[in-house]
Design a protein around this ligand. Structure first.
Ligand code: AMP
Ligand code: ZN
Ligand code: FE
Ligand code: FE
Length: 292
């Protein structure tokens, strides 16, 4: 049983449509896939149709942009009711922040002598519901300024680089609460990844566990072997679920192939049991796992 609980489609900043992603996951031999686009459920419907066709199980989720101690933290929300109004409102606010950031970033880049057209960024981004830096990176590649998304981030777009602009993100504890009220469960994504080392230490993770966090993404390409060991033991001590995932973005992120990290079936079972409990407590109409 091969389970990958964190992937992106063109509904956010992946390079495959939700359908292509689901079929690629089935072809890669995965039994369970979670679609977790940034800050949107826009890909859920087409992914569901494709999963039924491809015979793969699908867990619907999203990777939500949050803030903790002034730093960005990504929160995976699984199986919430996507129509829960407070969640909808907060996601709208995040997406607006994303939309505002694009012209602001283009001004920064223009100051560096790099002229990009906002319409070209939009065109390259296609049908995304969550415009992001990777789409600006794609425009930089198309303009011949850099050769890859990776180089665009390293040179220009990462925090601390000259093209970086901050944007709105939801308070982490509040978002854990909203996902729960919406009948879903939260897993903190790559807490000790390259972009966020030291933001959440053991005490921070314990605090989040007390606020209703269900799990920690332990096995992720951005985590060293030592970090994985340490996070696994923290998860065990705190009674949190430990997950593993690819964080696949199609061709958009090298080294994150589908199934490169996977989640233990027993851990998924625990996560789904917690989701069922949250769904009951919320009384909301949550999506079911699509059975493949
Ligand atoms: P944004 O959502 O606009 O804040 O951009 C962050 C997203 O950019 C992350 O979710 C990653 O998928 C992607 N990203 C970050 N660093 C890199 C990198 N070095 N190469 C490719 N994609 C990256
Ligand atoms: Zn991304
Ligand atoms: Fe992330
Ligand atoms: Fe991600």
């Amino acid at each position: 049983m091969r389970i990958d609980l964190h992937t992106h489609s063109r509904a956010s900043d992946g390079t495959q449509s939700p359908e292509e992603l689901v079929h690629a996951a089935a072809a890669a031999g995965l039994d369970v896939l979670a679609l977790t686009d940034h800050d949107t459920s826009a890909g859920w419907e087409s992914a569901t149709r494709a999963a039924l066709e491809a015979g793969i199980s699908l867990v619907l989720g999203m990777e939500i942009s949050t803030r903790y101690a002034g730093r960005g933290v990504h929160l995976l929300g699984y199986l919430p009711d996507p129509t829960y109004p407070p969640l909808v409102e907060e996601l709208q606010r995040i997406v607006e922040g994303r939309n505002h950031r694009v012209p602001e970033t283009l001004v920064r880049l223009a100051e560096l002598g790099i002229d990009l057209d906002a319409d070209e960024v939009r065109r390259l981004a296609g049908p995304t519901a969550a415009l992001g830096r990777p789409h600006i990176a794609d425009a930089l590649v198309a303009a011949g300024v850099v050769v890859s998304r990776d180089e665009a981030f390293q040179e220009l777009l990462s925090a601390g680089r000259p093209g970086y602009v901050d944007r709105y993100a939801a308070p982490l504890a509040e978002m854990i609460g909203l996902v729960r009220e919406a009948g879903g469960v939260s897993v903190v994504a790559h807490p000790w990844g390259r972009q966020d080392p030291g933001v959440l230490d053991e005490a921070g993770l314990a605090e989040l566990a007390g606020q209703g966090l269900a799990g920690i993404e332990v096995d992720h390409e951005d985590h060293s072997a030592q970090s994985r060991d340490r996070l696994r033991s923290i998860a065990r001590d705190l009674g949190l679920v430990a997950t593993g995932s690819s964080d696949h973005h199609g061709l958009g992120k090298a080294g994150h192939e589908l199934g490169c990290n996977t989640t233990d079936p027993e851990q998924l079972e625990r996560l789904l049991a917690l989701a069922a409990e949250a769904a009951r407590a919320s009384g909301r109409d949550v999506p079911a796992v699509v059975a493949g």
